[in-house]
Structures are given as structure tokens and as C-alpha cells.
Design a protein around this ligand. Sequence first.
Ligand SMILES: NC(=O)C1=CN([C@@H]2O[C@H](COP(=O)(O)OP(=O)(O)OC[C@H]3O[C@@H](n4cnc5c(N)ncnc54)[C@H](O)[C@@H]3O)[C@@H](O)[C@H]2O)C=CC1
Ligand SMILES: CC(C)CC(=O)C(=O)O
Ligand SMILES: [Mg+2]
Length: 354
Amino acid sequence: MKICVLPGDGIGVEITAQAVRVLEALGLSFEIEHALLGGCAVDATGDPYPEATQKLAQAADAVLLGAVGGPKWDGLPREQRPERGLLGIRKQLGLFANLRPAVLYPELSNASTLKPEVVSGLDILIVRELTGDIYFGQPRGIELRSIDGVQQRYGYNTMHYDEGEIRRIGRVAFEAARKRGKRLCSVDKMNVLETTQLWRDVMNELAPEYPEVALTHMLVDNCAMQLVRAPKQFDVIVTGNMFGDILSDEASMLTGSIGMLPSASLDANNKGLYEPSHGSAPDIAGKDLANPLATILSAAMMLRYTFALEEAAQRVETAVKKVLAQGYRTSDIYEPGTQKLGTREMGEAVLKNL
Ligand SMILES: NC(=O)C1=CN([C@@H]2O[C@H](COP(=O)(O)OP(=O)(O)OC[C@H]3O[C@@H](n4cnc5c(N)ncnc54)[C@H](O)[C@@H]3O)[C@@H](O)[C@H]2O)C=CC1
Ligand SMILES: CC(C)CC(=O)C(=O)O
Ligand SMILES: [Mg+2]
């Protein structure tokens, strides 16, 4: 069982260290190797996804990732940006299915930005397509063009999906809904974007194969509103890469913090990359303030999806629940009456409960 760990940048280093300790404490025979991705890789090699990392990631059964990016690298040419390394590994490993569970732990009811009665029992799964859409579409660029006789900078990106890409993520979402609450909401912007008209058509074509799942559709702007109005109406949400990126950050706050939202990015054979849904949080990096629970819960998803170690996954998830029940909190989910811990201490509290 080979795991490639890519801490990345900013808080990525601090939070993956805690998740690795948890994995090691399980007493399973993992071979764990570390490599560079993102800004740290640019600094060391000039490439956000260097060849040595590619080899390790391809040879591993699973990848555990922290986060990449930060202001230090913002001025670089687009191809050298840390985020290109992240898109690169997702594409190269064929990780088209991004599962982002937004689950409210009852202890965090007051940390949610919504009233406890609106979020109690919240359990949404966002299924985000991860290797297509406008994040990958060609052509793209910023160039000088003559427009209305004036030389101007012109920026452009291309949104596209083929029906095969939509069908395979649709199947993942229907299967997930079948195993859960049997409700699937497909989110698009079909009223203005042809790409997402196709998205809706393909979802409708798949529906007869899953008669036990109730498929509905929602425009993305309405979905953004409904998530904060009445989030419990959702069971599984399936959407494209960009909409899923945005909606999952929004959904994270219903659970108390983006530091609580794990993710699994899977290929067709459940080889996976596991990472928290947040970024490198430069504002708190290096201060021992970051919440490591999203990364630890991502490691639990790794145990479940890639290694089929359901019992070990549940051990980790139970340890996280116990830590919250014992009143331990990092700053992002702190409220009076609870005990504030740093990143490392929170990792230790999980370890003690394993
Ligand atoms: N998967 C990845 O590697 C991602 C990378 N990024 C990159 O990260 C950098 C920063 O992006 P931002 O827009 O600031 O998003 P961010 O997710 O890094 O941070 C947004 C806010 O959430 C807080 N936050 C994030 N994770 C937290 C945690 N575990 N515990 C406590 N608080 C946490 C941060 O302190 C910040 O206030 C950028 O370079 C961006 O491109 C952004 C999103 C995902
Ligand atoms: C490079 C970005 C697409 C990363 C991100 O925000 C995400 O995957 O959630
Ligand atoms: Mg994001």
C-alpha cells in the first residue's frame, strides 16, 4: 500500500504532517514517500509538477495532498503557477470524480454560519467533475489584440464538456445517490451556457438507468442561494468543475469551517488523490493555527475508497468525532466554553482517540 504525500505550500505542510501521523498510528503497512508539488516544486525545480513527483504519484496507490499556491508565486507566468501543478496531477492521473462531503458534526452547530435548526443533521455530498470544464479548456490566454482600433489586452477561456465526460461523472453521482438518500440535484446554467445544456440533457438520459434516484435540476445561481436558505433539501449535488469548486467552498461554511471539508478525487478504478477542499491559507501559514481535520478526514476517505479499509476509515472518523465531543477546537471552529488547540495539538488529540 503505497502512499505519495505532497504537502505543497503554506498550511499544506502543517496539516499533512498531522494526517500522516494518524495514518502511521493505524499500524497498517503503508509505504509513505514525500515529494514536491506547487510553489515549493517551482522553487526547487522550476516546474510545479516535476518529473520525480510524477513518477512517485503514478507509482503510488494513493496520493495525500495538502494545498498549493500563495502570493510568493502570484507573479509567475501562468504555466509555472503552483495551481497548474495541481491541475496537472489531477489530469495526468485521470481523477475526474471529486467527492466533497459537507457534513455537520452536531458539536459544531453553533460554528455553522446558519441557525442550528437550519443545519442540524446536514449531510450533503457534492460530486464535482474535476478534469474538464473551463479550468482545462483550450484555447485560453491573455494576449494583445486590436479591438475597435485600440491595442488592448484580451483574456479568454473556453468552457467545454463532451458527453462522455458528463456521463461518467453522472454515473458516479447517480451511484452515490442510490447508496445514500436517493436524491440527486444536477446543477448547471443551461439558460445561458450550451455546455451545461448538454450537461442537463446527458443527466436526463442517464436517469432511466437509476429509477430509484429522484433527479432534479437547478441553475447554479439559485443553488448558491438555496444552500444558505435551506441546505437540507440537498442529498447529492452533481456539477461541473468550476461550479463545484465554488459551491463546495460555500457548503463548507454550513459545517462550521472550510477546515472541516475533506475530499477524494478518484479515477475510474478508485486510485485517488485525497486533499482538504481548502487552499494553502497564506494568512495563517506557519502559525500552527490551521485546522488539520479536513486533511485527516481526507485520509479516512483514502482508507475507504482506495484501500477498502472501511473499519480503519471509521476508526479515524470516530476519533475526530470524539475530539469534537471532548470540546477541542482549532481557532476556526472555536467558541467560548471549548478548548482552543493548535494544528499539532489537534493532531495529537485525534491520535489519543484512535
Ligand atoms: N487545492 C488547493 O491546493 C487549493 C489552492 N488554493 C490556493 O491557495 C492560495 C490561497 O487561496 P485562498 O483563496 O486564500 O483560499 P484558502 O482556502 O487558502 O483560504 C481561505 C480562508 O480560509 C481559511 N482557511 C483555509 N483552510 C483553513 C484551515 N485548514 N483551517 C483554518 N482556516 C483555514 C484561510 O485562513 C483563509 O482565511 C491561493 O494561491 C490559491 O490559488 C486555493 C484553493 C485550493
Ligand atoms: C486550483 C484550484 C482549482 C483549486 C481549487 O480551488 C479546488 O480544487 O478547490
Ligand atoms: Mg476551491
